[in-house]
Structure formats: structure tokens, C-alpha cells
Design a protein around this ligand. Sequence first.
Ligand code: SF4
Ligand code: SF4
Length: 435
Amino acid sequence: MLSGFKFRGGIHPDYFKLTAGSRVRRADLPKEVILPLRQHVGAVCESLIEEGERVKVGQKIADSESPVSSPIHATISGTVAEISVRSTPTGERVRSIRIESDGRDRWLKGKGIDPEKSSREEILAKIRENGIVGLGGAAFPTHVKLNPPEGKRVDTVIINGAECEPYITADHRLMVEESRRIVRGAKIIAKVLGAERVIFAVEDNKPDAVERLRKATSGDFEVLALKTKYPQGDERHLIKAVLNREVPPGGLPFDVGVVVQNVGTAKAICDAVCDGIPLVERVVTVTGDVRKPGNLLVRIGTLFSNLIEQCGGPVGAVRKVISGGPMMGIAQSEDVPVIKGTNCILVFSERRVVEEEEMPCIRCGRCVDVCPMGLMPFMIRALVEKGKFDACSEYDIMSCDECGCCAYVCPAKIPLVQIIKRGKMALASAKEVGR
Ligand code: SF4
Ligand code: SF4
């Protein structure tokens, strides 16, 4: 079934899904992992262990009492070698635990529960205890997202399999190879929210994933093949494309009766609830200019450099390593570990990074046409460059989700997203000072 609705703007970038047909393979067990104490949206965790302590896989090593946070578990067995501040793929500097492996992969086994016989509260507790966060990149704590505020009724759950970024295929392979566990996770989500409708939303460039999900759902849920368009994976745009509902500015999907969960998160929920398995590993696409691009099942905390080597090493001199896709990913300036939200490591060599000279804006309006948020990027850019941040607010700069569509189509090669990010930061700090 195809969805007949559309979201505003968007683009059709060139797709390089080099790894779409590559089965997920288990990465080698790393000799060490680095686990930042914040890998999620929300409060940083406190360490529950000390340097020199021995730990097992699945052991909780950090947690927080804050309502919006998520615990961290050891992802290899071994010894806590160091607790210090380090860089993460999000660009933050966060206190992190370094564990050296004993090479034995000893687990602390958890216990699952039967979701059909368990209460909503018991299921939410399992999800929290096992450190589940949104695996599509946002890393919002799942137990919070599945617990809407009083008075917000959710009638529909959308399971997000859009994966609209060029290059990334981690969710695609998961849908093909783990469709049954994704569907079990979706049933648990629907039960917790009391939602009567579950819709799987997949872009039509992944027909094998659509077919597997249709088989796995046995007709119980709808599986939609959406027309491929970037950035359909953003939950606001997905809700519009699937249900024709608009999340109000500053609002959340709850406000229109919807919760969106990524396919990887649905699988992780199934693992946590049914089998008591904490979030210690995830699928990461390692692609671009590497000799053997692939989809790897990776222990969280493994260094990017280790995974690039496991994919045959780079082809040519490395110019950029990006965490995420080319549209919304973050370029890395040092070697960092995979965290819960890392879905892709993208390597670009010299030949792929073309320096383009920035030209004056010709007011062609293309940036306006493609902006899914209905903004005027060229105006916002002019205001940021003049330092008129208050006026940027009038042009709704804070609604920009940094999708990159405007910069992608700009014939003058103006780095619109970087300029808009700068404006958002300046505005946020001006508000902070004014408080
Ligand atoms: S697309 Fe580029 S050149 Fe065209 S109006 Fe926007 S900023 Fe100006
Ligand atoms: S980056 Fe921001 S301004 Fe540019 S198209 Fe996306 S939402 Fe619009």
C-alpha cells in the first residue's frame, strides 16, 4: 500500500546505498571500549563503578536519578581502566568509562518478561533498566517517549523504517534480517501506549524490507511503502506523509495522537522486554571510501578507527570521517567511540570532497522551495550575517531542523546550515544571558 500524502519541500539527493545488499556481520570483539556517561538526550549519568573494578557484559555501570536519562551498561567484560573526560561523536566532551577486555566475553544475564502478561509499568521499567534509547540518531530515552503526559492520548504508532539519508543501510538490513523481532517490539509499544493502530513506514527504495515486514506482520498491521524523499525520516515529516497530521510548531507527536519509533528501537525493546538484554550493541553502516563497506553488529564503545580497519581500511587519503549520513552527520576531528545513536561511519577521501567556491546569493528561491519547515533560509542567512538575531526569531530560525536541503540545492554554494546553526547558537545564548 502506498501513502497518498506528502510533506512539504524535500529533495531527491543521489543515493549511494553501497551496503544495501550486505548482510549484517558481527564485528570483532574490541580490545577496549569507551563508554560516555551521556549517550542520550537528557541528564549525564553518574558512574556506579571505580577504576580497577572488573565488569561483565550487560552490567549496569552508570545511571541517573533524573527523569530524563538512561543507564549505561558494560559492553565487554574486563577491567575498568580509566574514567576521564573524552570527546563523543556528537562533538561534546563527556566523562567516559574505558574498559579493557579480558577477551572472555562473560555476560551478566538478565531476565525477560512476558509482555502479554505484564503491566504497562513493568514493561516501561524493563525498557528503562536496559538503557533503551531512540536508535534512529536522536537517542531520546524510550521509557520517557512511551509515557506521554496526562491527557495526551496516542491512537497511532508509526514504526520508522524510512532511512532517508544517502549511504545508510543499518535499518534496511535490520528490517530484512530481524523483521519478526521488530514486529514483536512494535506490539509491545502499542500495548504500552494503548494505541489501536500500528503503521510501518518504509521508503519504496527498500522493497525487500517492505516484503519481509508484510510477512512478519501477517496482516495485523499496515506496512506502507512511501515515495522516497529526503528528509522523510524526520518524525514530523513522516507523520504528515503517513497520516496527513501536522505537528504544531513547538509541539510534539503526542499533540497529534502519534508516537514514532525507529525500527532499531523496536527491535531493542523486544530484546530488553522479552529477553532482558540491555543495549550493548547495535548495527552500524561503515561505508564511503573504505575497501569493504558493510553493516556491522558493533559493541557500543568500539572506536571508529577499529571499525574502519575491519572494513579493509580507507581507500586513499582520508579527508573526512562523518558520524551519520552526509546530510545531517557530524564530521569528526578525532577518533571517537560508537555510541547508542551512531548509525553510520562515513569515510570520504580527498577525491570525494570537492571544495566549492561560495558565490553571492542570486535570490533564486530554491532554498525556500525545498525547506520542509517552510522557512526562508536566504533571509535568515542575511540576518545572521548582519548579527540581527532578534529578527531571525521572527523568521522562525529555531524551527530549522538542520536537514541540509537548502544548502544541497543552493547554486551559490552558500553553507546555509552552518550559518543557521551559528544564528541558533547566538540566539540561544542571548536568551540565556537575558534570563
Ligand atoms: S538557494 Fe542560495 S542563491 Fe538561491 S536564494 Fe537561496 S541562498 Fe540565495
Ligand atoms: S536546514 Fe533548516 S532552513 Fe535549511 S531546509 Fe532544512 S529546515 Fe529549512
